[in-house]
Design a protein around this ligand. Structure first.
Ligand code: ASP
Length: 316
């Protein structure tokens, strides 16, 4: 068994078609800087003895505030031209969770997911109630136009032009960029968080895996914490996040064996495209994907530097 690490944090900024030829040096630089800032924000919490839950939220807030990712500012547009946001969090010590879908005005959806987790009455809220409840609970609220960016607007216009059937999703035209984080804190607790705008030109009302505990997010101190990214419908049908945990708990698999099976055997065999980040209770991490790339990075108490990657072969 590998040596136990005191704290460890892993993040992603989405998996999908990230072609080297389409990513300018300037954009790559901006994105990797944001990933590093997110790792720093989460690591600060862990270094100071904070909880894994606070660390994953700090890391995700940082990415939600960046316009380079499909979460918070910079979220994609739905078919109806709105930003409909999703987020979820889960804590491994208590198995408590909070999740929301179709929020339109919460600046940092992951923080309201954490509020739901802490209140412990309701796990999952969707629709108009989300914004009303978030406002009541003191969340920072913004107009839906706060999430606008030219880049996502152009993607949406292109997707609208290309889509022949407007009612249903056409996966070939959809762009991703969801964000997430998983962490182990110095008390040995695990947590996971995920946040997204969903898929470009998605059907208004559609809910993806990011909002669903067990599909896009899962954490259990006995096994691991997981955050997923990819075409949500496949992650929901393969219940990818909880599958990793169950393969470890009931199948006796290691973290790496379980994540490889969940992504490459279950999700990919259904026709899905995406990846996940996961961490176990020893602080080991795993970051498999079956798409063209995945923005991701990790740091732990024994590393001098943050490690950030986009493709298999390139550390950036
Ligand atoms: N999983 C997200 C969704 O289907 C998209 C993504 O990961 O980029 O809504």
């Amino acid at each position: 068994m590998s040596k136990k690490i005191k704290y460890s944090l892993c993040i992603h900024g989405g998996a999908g078609t990230i072609l080297k030829k389409n990513l300018s040096d300037e954009k790559k630089h901006l994105i990797t800087n944001d990933l590093k800032a997110s790792l720093s924000a989460g690591e600060k919490v862990l270094k100071e003895g904070g909880t894994a839950l606070d660390a994953v939220c700090a890391a995700v807030v940082c990415l939600e505030n960046s316009e380079h990712f499909n979460a918070g500012k910079g979220a994609v547009y739905s078919h109806g031209g709105k930003h409909l946001l999703e987020a979820s969090v889960m804590e491994g010590a208590t198995l408590k969770a909070g999740a929301l879908a179709n929020a339109m005005r919460i600046k940092n959806p992951v923080l309201f997911a954490k509020t739901l987790l802490e209140n412990d009455d309701v796990v999952f809220v969707s629709g108009d109630a989300v914004d009303l409840l978030a406002e009541k609970s003191g969340c920072n609220m913004v107009d839906n136009s706060y999430f606008d960016t030219t880049f996502r607007k152009e993607q949406w216009e292109m997707a609208q032009k290309l889509s022949k059937e407007t009612m249903f999703l056409d996966h070939s035209n959809l762009k991703m960029g969801t964000v997430g984080a998983v962490a182990l804190d110095t008390n040995g607790n695990l947590a996971a968080a995920t946040s997204t705008g969903g898929m470009t030109n998605k059907l208004d009302g559609r809910i993806g895996d990011t909002a669903m505990i067990g599909a896009g997010t899962y954490a259990n101190n006995k096994t691991c914490a997981v955050s997923c990214t990819g075409v949500g419908e496949f992650f929901i049908r393969a219940t990818v996040a909880s599958l990793v945990s169950h393969l470890m708990e009931y199948g006796g698999l290691s973290l790496e064996e379980a994540t490889q099976k969940a992504i490459h055997e279950h999700q990919a065999k259904l026709g899905g495209d995406g990846g996940l980040i996961a961490i176990d209770s020893n602080g080991n991490i795993s970051m498999p994907y079956n798409s063209n790339g995945m923005y991701r990075g990790f740091v732990n108490e024994s590393l001098k530097e943050q490690n950030v990657f986009i493709w298999d072969d390139v550390e950036v």
